[in-house]
Design a protein around this ligand. Structure first.
Ligand code: IFM
Length: 454
């Protein structure tokens, strides 16, 4: 028997994940207003092929069938995100009844099928009006997020047990405000640093608001995208680069969340201070019950550029990511399951007492559907199997990992890559919106079933 199946206990929680903008479509229906992604997609050259989420997988109109599909996989839970501009158009003021009604129906449908709904409150779709008012670099956005969280919580808390605040704040801050390859497409280091702080503050404020309103206990959490940062060699320069990469990728999120402080080595080196006010770090470090871990790959880091320089023209030390020499996915991302194990064991060691759930893990490959739409995706199946085995290994080494959500249920809008990259375990024909479970979905279903029997 596959060692994964024996090593993961019957209590392990199995799920599939999606996010609102990537699958819902109905971008301007029932009162929804634009998010930063609707705007970004219209920017020439920003998104592959000029793709956008106007229709996406049309999940907004096909939700009951999609829930039936989820049910057919035998999972315990479904992780989805709520669209902020659907629920609170413009990002301020009262809830949009039609927007909330959609998530009401979704939750009811999931519960009727015996599937546990896992809510993510923010998966990157900031209302455009809030970006126009300054976006995440502006402190007020954190307070707006807490208000929005309260609207969703008030409506769903009676039926939803798990609320996670943010998905991958590193992407929102770094890719959105520093590198500019994600919405809103800004390129400012100062903005990115301010965004990190206000995202974390928004998380803490939202959690406090929700806890203050709860009529029964809930599980709260946040999802981070985390990797491993290894030095490319044993040189002092490369070790320093790996330390900096780990600091900017992992510790600037988890240290304030768990210990109420930003990492001192990073703070000492940053030209731009985090815009911390009195009391912020207490709010940010409000205890929570589950850390969502999204893992795709680990990297090595060098302290020199390809020409051997140690500093860039602005005088900043070089931190150059190098992909390990392994097979790659269609995203050109390296496949590094052993590093996944190492990450989970390290998180357990450095941030003890925090149960973890893998809220995303998966891979894009160039799929070739047969005439019936079926995809024999050996590579994606192997990726899933090796990463589940990595989770089992981490658990065997003591890491408290309680569940796993495959990314993604459906092929969907892969942000700057548009529809060109397919992460789904279910194939979507975007012409007809037909859904066809791939081999990986059938393997996942059978693996879950066998684990339960073990
Ligand atoms: O599709 C994304 C998801 O929205 C966030 N995590 C990474 C996935 C793959 O890039």
């Amino acid at each position: 028997m596959n060692p994964t199946m024996t090593a993961l206990p019957p209590s392990f929680q199995w799920g599939v994940a999606t996010s609102a903008y990537q699958i819902e479509g109905a971008a301007f229906e029932d009162g929804r207003t634009a998010s930063i992604w609707d705007t970004f997609c219209r920017k020439p050259g920003a998104v592959h092929n000029g793709d956008h989420g106007d229709v996406a997988c049309d999940h907004y109109h096909r939700m009951p069938q999609d829930v039936a599909l989820i049910k057919s996989l035998g999972v315990d839970a479904y992780r989805f995100s709520v669209s902020w501009p659907r629920v609170q158009p413009g990002g301020r003021g009262p809830a949009n009844p039609k927007g909330l009604a959609f998530y009401d129906r979704l939750v009811d449908e999931l519960l009727a099928q015996g599937i546990d709904p896992w809510v993510t409150l923010y998966h990157w779709d900031l209302p455009q009006e809030l970006e126009d008012a300054g976006g995440w670099p502006v402190r007020d956005t954190a307070y707006r997020f807490a208000d929005y969280a309260a609207l969703v919580f008030e409506r769903l808390q009676d039926r939803v047990a798990t609320f996670t605040t943010l998905n991958e704040p590193w992407c929102s801050a770094w890719l959105g405000y520093q590198v500019g390859v994600h919405a809103p497409g800004r390129r400012s280091f100062d903005d990115a640093i301010a965004a990190v702080h206000h995202l974390l503050l928004g998380h803490g404020l939202a959690m406090r608001r929700m806890r203050g309103m709860e009529t029964r206990p809930h599980t709260y959490g946040i999802t981070l995208n985390l990797g491993t940062a290894d030095p490319a060699s044993d040189s002092a320069l490369d070790r320093e680069a790996a330390r900096r990469a780990d600091g900017m990728g992992t510790r600037i999120y988890l240290d304030p969340l768990r210990y109420g402080r930003y990492p001192s080595d990073i703070v000492a080196e940053l030209a731009t201070p985090f815009p911390v006010r009195d009391g912020d770090l207490e709010i940010i470090s409000t205890p929570f019950e589950v850390l969502g871990v999204n893992f795709y790959f680990g990297q090595d880091f060098a302290g020199t550029d390809e020409a051997g320089n140690t500093h860039d023209p602005d005088g900043n030390p070089i931190v150059r990511a190098i992909f390990p020499d392994t097979p790659r996915t269609a995203m050109n991302w390296p496949i590094t399951p052993a590093r996944f194990t190492r990450l989970l064991v390290r998180l357990h060691r450095d941030y003890p007492g925090l149960p973890m759930v893998i809220t995303e893990n998966g891979s894009a490959f160039a799929d070739n559907p047969d005439i019936s739409g079926f995809v024999a995706d050996d590579a994606r199946t192997a990726y899933l199997a090796s990463h589940l085995a990595a989770v089992a290994d981490a658990r065997a080494q003591g890491a408290d990992v309680r569940g796993y959500f495959a990314w993604s249920l459906l092929d969907n809008f892969e942000w700057a890559e548009g529809y060109a990259k397919r992460f789904g375990i279910v194939h979507v024909d975007y012409e007809t919106q037909a859904r066809t479970p791939k081999q990986s979905a059938l393997w996942y279903r059978d693996t879950i079933a066998r684990t339960r029997e073990a």
